[in-house]
Every structure is written in structure tokens, then in C-alpha cells.
Design a protein around this ligand. Structure first.
Ligand SMILES: [Fe+2]
Ligand SMILES: [Fe+2]
Length: 285
């Protein structure tokens, strides 16, 4: 089965790319004009209209029993290859290359942390949601807390939330919304997507990875926080302690359209060992 999914908007459009990137005409200009930007905007418009407290709770209930599929981690990595963006001329290699490229980047920089290498391989596996019919705006793109007013660094913040009913609900529309100050991000309901799904899946299947690994995966698309610097009023000390890990991971996740494709077949045995160590066997998805 081939499922067509648009490019991950979180990797296509970065409002924080700034002047350095703007100088790079070869890449930046392509992202700021024409049909690609329209599509990215359309995805965020849908996301910011329909990701509500109610919607996210329903998705937790729908996917929280992990009865969609039984498969190993490596089978999920291979499954990502059927997620193809047929409309993006830049991405003509299988999606799983991004997983291996991210993992190998981390491995080079952190040779002693094998669990971190595995995080690179795992981090986008939640995108299998798209194979089960979930729309792109509920799978990919930047995430943000629902249940409180979106902050300035959320992409297209000023032009995409007008039709979100939560913003007209006094419980959810103040700066803190339904949260207590510094309640900790673990107590915050994030917009639904591949981050939260995979985090919950890893807990359900009892992955024996360190807390940093769970944390990086859960919040890797929370750009308004880890890059934008917003939502500090919801953070606990633990979140601030974890922030450097998320930022370190982000370096390897970004700019993945690298023409040097890794020799995946050579890499498989190493990563299979890590899978056998931290998350072996057939898992519930
Ligand atoms: Fe991701
Ligand atoms: Fe990624």
C-alpha cells in the first residue's frame, strides 16, 4: 500500500530560520513561495482549527489501547517507506532513510550513548498513524499545547486559529488556560501527532530506554517551546533540565534532505542489536 502524505510541515517551513537561511536562496526561496507554502499553510490551518482539547482526548482514547497492529520496530521502520510524498520533488528516497540518517548523525556525535542512536531511528515511527487513515494535520507538523492560548512562536499563529472553538472558550483561552503555573509539560495535553503517539506506545510496550529518550521523542516537534522559547509558564524544573536534550536531538533531525544516502543494509545489524536490547520482539501499535 502506498499512502501519499505531504512533506512534514515542521521541516519545510521554519519561521525561526531567520536571515542566515534567507540568504540560502537555493533552499529558502523554494519554501516561501508557490504551491509548497500554500500546502504547508493549509495543513497548519486545518491543524489549528481542529486540534482542540476534545479532539486530543478522543485520539488518546482511540489509539491508547494499541490495538491497531502487531509488529517489530524494524517492520515499522520498513513500513515508513510506503509513506511517500509524491508531490514533493525534493524527496525521492524512502522515508526510512531519514530514520537511519538521524540515527547515524547522533552515533557520530555521541558514540558512547547507544540508546541515543536508537532514539534517532525511532523518533518518527509514530507517522505510521498516516497509514491508518489519520490526516496529515493529526500526524506531522509542529505541536503545541491545547487547553490554553497559543503563544506567538506557533507557526502562522495570527492567521490560523480563528475557527478553533477552544479559543472562544474561557476555560481554554487565557495564557494558562486549564493549567496551573509550572505544572510540568508531562501534565499538559499536547496537540495530537506522531510524537505523543509514539511516546505513549513506548510506555505501553515498556521500552527500557532512559527517561531522556522518552522525553526527546515526546517533545521533538514542540518547536514553539524548544526553539521558540515560549510556554515557559507551563514548565517544571524537570522540563528545563530536559530542554538541552531535546535541542541536541533537534540538530540531527533537521536538514535531512541529504543526498548522501546511508547504506541501510549495512547498518541494519547494528540497529537490530539495539532494538533487541531496548525494545525487542513483536510490539503493540
Ligand atoms: Fe518527527
Ligand atoms: Fe524526523
Amino acid at each position: 500500500m502506498k499512502v501519499v502524505v505531504g512533506p512534514d510541515p515542521s521541516l519545510i517551513y521554519r519561521p525561526d530560520m531567520g536571515t542566515e537561511a534567507a540568504k540560502d536562496k537555493g533552499s529558502f526561496r523554494n519554501y516561501t513561495s508557490g504551491p509548497l507554502l500554500d500546502r504547508v499553510f493549509a495543513t497548519y490551518k486545518l491543524m489549528h482549527t481542529h486540534q482542540t482539547v476534545d479532539f486530543v482526548r478522543k485520539k488518546h482514547a482511540q489509539f491508547g489501547s494499541f490495538s491497531c497492529n502487531k509488529m517489530t520496530v524494524m517492520e515499522a521502520v520498513d513500513m515508513l517507506d510506503s509513506l511517500v510524498d509524491e508531490s514533493d520533488p525534493d524527496v525521492d528516497f524512502p522515508n526510512s532513510f531519514h530514520a537511519f540518517q538521524t540515527a547515524e548523525g547522533i552515533r557520530k556525535a555521541h558514540p558512547d550513548k547507544d540508546w541515543f542512536h536508537l532514539v534517532g531511528l525511532l523518533h518518527d515511527l509514530g507517522k505510521v498513524l498516516a497509514l491508518w487513515g489519520e490526516p496529515q494535520w493529526a500526524v506531522v507538523g509542529d505541536t503545541f499545547p491545547v487547553g490554553c492560548r497559543p503563544q506567538a512562536s506557533v507557526v502562522f499563529c495570527d492567521s490560523t486559529f480563528q475557527e478553533n472553538p477552544d479559543l472562544w472558550d474561557p476555560r481554554y483561552s487565557s495564557e494558562l488556560g486549564m493549567y496551573q503555573p509550572h505544572c510540568g509539560l508531562e501534565n499538559v495535553l499536547m496537540s495530537w501527532g506522531h510524537d505523543e503517539y509514539l511516546y505513549q506506545m513506548m510506555r505501553f510496550n515498556k521500552f527500557s530506554l532512559p527517561p531522556e529518550a522518552f522525553y526527546m521523542i515526546r517533545f521533538h516537534s514542540f518547536y514553539p517551546w524548544h526553539t521558540g522559547g515560549d510556554y515557559r509558564q507551563l514548565c517544571s524544573q524537570r522540563d528545563l533540565d530536559m530542554l538541552p536534550w531535546v535541542q541536541e536531538f533537534n540538530k540531527f533531525d533537521l536538514y535531512t534532505k541529504c543526498p548522501d544516502l546511508p547504506d541501510v543494509d549495512k547498518l541494519r545489524p547494528y540497529y537490530q542489536e539495539l532494538i533487541d536490547k531496548y525494545c525487542p520482539g513483536v510490539l503493540s501499535w
